[in-house]
Write a new protein. Sequence first.
Length: 276
Amino acid sequence: MRTLPNDQLLQQAELGKLPFDIFALEKWDYARPIEQDQEQWDSLAQQWLDLDARGRHPYHYDDEARPRIATATADHMNRVLVPHQTVRERNLSTRTGSAHQSPVWLRTCYAPELAGVYAKWCIDLDYELGHWALALDDEALYASFAVNWSGVLLRVPAIADTVRYTYEDDGNLWDLRDDYDPPGQDEEFKMPFYEAMVREKTMLFLIDEEALRDQLIKVLWLDINGACVWDNRLRPSQMLSFRGQIFDSGGSLAALYENFPDDPKLYKRGLLLNID
């Protein structure tokens, strides 16, 4: 899992340079009491997640397609941004826009009796994941998401922000329905998968208690709003093959399933992937 030495802040992650920084700084109600700052942050993060690609685009680029930088004061940035994200979360936010090329590895289970399982995974997967996955692994920050992993999206809304991979060359939104026909009359069992496939934009590896007890990595496929539209299971021993298939296929749920046989059992959520 990729980390940075001593969590040194990347230049592109400096205060005011992330798209959500600009959104939050512009929308923030500075007249509200500081005691309500966490509530206000969470509310704005949810508003950001609710936006589609067109709604977020103005916070990524100006009218001349150049990356935007916030013009807020240092005091405002220190109030709005500094208390709510770690250096690692800000650094990660500069790379999640690459979608499947930089997936997040989120650990929410820190049960002592499962620590050995996780430690072995880290050793076994160090090479396989290498500089691919971006790790969020801190008990103080992420154990509270054990019941509902999606709470991490309020801390790091960039996880679901894949705007730069949402547009085609002509400026129109990319719609997978233009590339993939819906299932035929005898393939109704594929319809839930098809609906997930056309919405999916990125993926996240979830390491919760169930994953560690079953010794299977959870692969969550997310849409641009952060909703999990599909999920699979993956044996740690197949991570290298999975990584290779993701890169070879262009990195999408649709491409991963492209050569699957027409077996209804293979088109169910939670399927254990068998990567050749």
